[in-house]
Design a protein. Sequence first.
Length: 280
Amino acid sequence: MLERNVKIVTDSSSDLYELGDFSFASAALKIVTADKEYVDDAHLDVEGMVNDLLSYKGKSSTSCPSVGDWLEAFGDADEVYAITITANLSGSYNSACIAAKEYEASHSGARVFVVKSRSTGGEMVLVAERIAELVGQGVDFDAVCSEISKYSHEKTGLLFMLESMQNLANNGRVSHLAAKFAGILGVRAIGKASVEGTLEMLDKCRGAHRAVETIFARMKDFLYNGGRVRISHCINSAAAEKLKSLIHAEFPKADIKIMPCRGLCSFYAERGGMLVGFEK
Ligand code: X90
């Protein structure tokens, strides 16, 4: 049998740079200020950007990958699985769908499946890893597509912890009212990706310790039972490590990975923010 030429592609909001040995690429979102454009690719100095933005007082915004960016990421694979940030907050899904049609039209026999994640960060990582696993087991394209639609909607979730929601509110991704969940010194907002793929606020927590405990309690409310967890954080490995040890104390065998946020999630989660993708 011929080796399948399969590629998994996400936009840079997944916080992934690579996917083990699997053929992988990411399509960069961009962070734009009056002075500078930050392309969220492998060359971006994420911490440098976060620090620039802390002292920058002007307007800032983001933009999704273009159709061309997605096409470039697809490369020359015969089978492409593309995973995008929630279509409710970004045009990334739309561009990926247009790219998928163009790609299939210009590469005879090629197939592209675009996964509408309704989420971002670690929840996209779980989906990417699940696709890699299924392909590795020899599951064919159509079966992977139907399995993944189920998996991403029923078996995974995303919780987040934010110290500031300024950039989300300034860019119309949450209401100014919701943004009041965070922003008071020492208060962290906890929320989840809703079924529609928007931010749903859950708790206000005083103190870092309390916030991490609340995240873990919420994970269990949402049926976490020892499955995989993928945590990304914006310059806050302390919170990520703390969550990891809380989970391990109760579920010693849980497979947990921690990664730094790339540019897009760093921009919106802001310094101290954390995103937690988990299996139910
Ligand atoms: O197209 C674009 O310009 C990108 C816009 C993205 C807006 C939202 C990004 C949120 C990033 C914040 C916490 C997790 C939110 C969960 C959402 C379902 C991270």
